[in-house]
Design a protein around this ligand. Structure first.
Ligand SMILES: C[S@@+](CC[C@H](N)C(=O)[O-])C[C@H]1O[C@@H](n2cnc3c(N)ncnc32)[C@H](O)[C@@H]1O
Length: 272
């Protein structure tokens, strides 16, 4: 499906709500909260478990969202899924991944463990202590295949913070799950994608992989804006679950003047 398809789909959907209580961010010391919630996720491909601390009472950055589990599952089966053409198993150097809005960090941690990738987890400053906690809790498992995880605060669109992250590492792939929800975040997120995927010169190899939970019609605005700079293609679609009308979508964003890295199996009928 091309981006016009995504736009039409999002426009025709009935709006769903994110739990408004969970959207309120409470500024508290994470270590002091009593509401600890540990989650164990099995990664079949590496015969290990990821252990994730959630602190749902602290807000949206502290809980695992369904789109993240979709990405983890695709990573865990990356040889047989839409992901197979994104990762080059013959490459001698580790894949370098930047994750945006990491939340609990499960996607980046799983990617590091499964792919032996070097991963930079990023999120707003208040989410960093819990991200570091989760990275540390899984450090042994992450290292088995040569994986590495770093954690850095980075607010989307904040030039200095983005420069700081870019200065640390070159990235092959940018990833994220459930990042398109509040409309005031569309432009900062798009600025971030342009910054890391387009840069001064278009890097021919970079791709942004995003798992998306569709909730509101207004999300079509994000995809319409993204389509100005990127080819957006749906490479995977979950069946709807838990009474949802639509399943999680996984899309790739590739700079428009980069014809090199089309994802095999994805439709190629772009609108322009
Ligand atoms: C719905 S949560 C998804 C978390 C995680 N990716 C997942 O799927 O479980 C959205 C994430 O984006 C982060 N976020 C929101 N606005 C942001 C911004 N301006 N800059 C960086 N991260 C942001 C939030 O802190 C939160 O962790």
């Amino acid at each position: 499906m091309n981006v016009t398809g995504i736009q039409e789909e999002t426009e025709s959907e009935v709006d769903q709500e994110i739990n408004p209580c969970a959207m309120l961010l409470v500024e508290q010391d994470i270590e002091d909260t009593a509401a600890k919630d540990e989650l164990l996720v099995n990664l079949h491909s590496v015969k290990s478990n990821v252990v994730i601390r959630q602190l749902p009472s602290q807000g949206i950055s502290f809980k695992l969202w369904p789109a993240a589990t979709t990405l983890v599952s695709l990573l865990d089966n990356h040889n047989n899924t839409a992901f197979s053409s994104l990762f080059d198993p013959t490459s001698s150097s580790p894949l370098r991944i930047l994750e945006l809005g990491s939340g609990t960090g499960i996607v980046g941690i799983a990617a590091a463990a499964i792919l032996g990738a070097h991963v930079m987890l990023t999120d707003l400053a208040h989410a960093i202590p819990n991200l570091k906690f989760n990275a540390e809790a899984n450090s042994k498992m992450i290292g088995v295949n040569g994986g590495k995880v770093e954690v850095t605060a980075m607010a989307w669109g904040e030039e200095k913070q983005m420069e700081h992250v870019k200065g640390k590492e070159e990235f092959d792939i940018v990833m994220g799950s459930d990042l398109v929800y509040h409309d005031h975040l569309y432009d900062p997120l798009l600025r971030t994608l342009r910054f890391f995927l387009l840069g001064d010169q278009v890097n021919k190899d970079r791709v942004f992989v995003m798992a998306h939970s569709k909730r509101w019609k207004k999300e079509s605005v994000f995809f319409k804006k993204a389509n100005k700079d990127f080819h957006v293609e749906v490479i995977h679609r979950d069946d709807p679950r838990n009474g949802d009308r639509v399943g999680i979508l996984v899309c790739t964003f590739i700079a428009k003047n980069n014809k090199k890295k089309k994802v095999e199996g994805a439709n190629d009928n772009q609108s322009n």
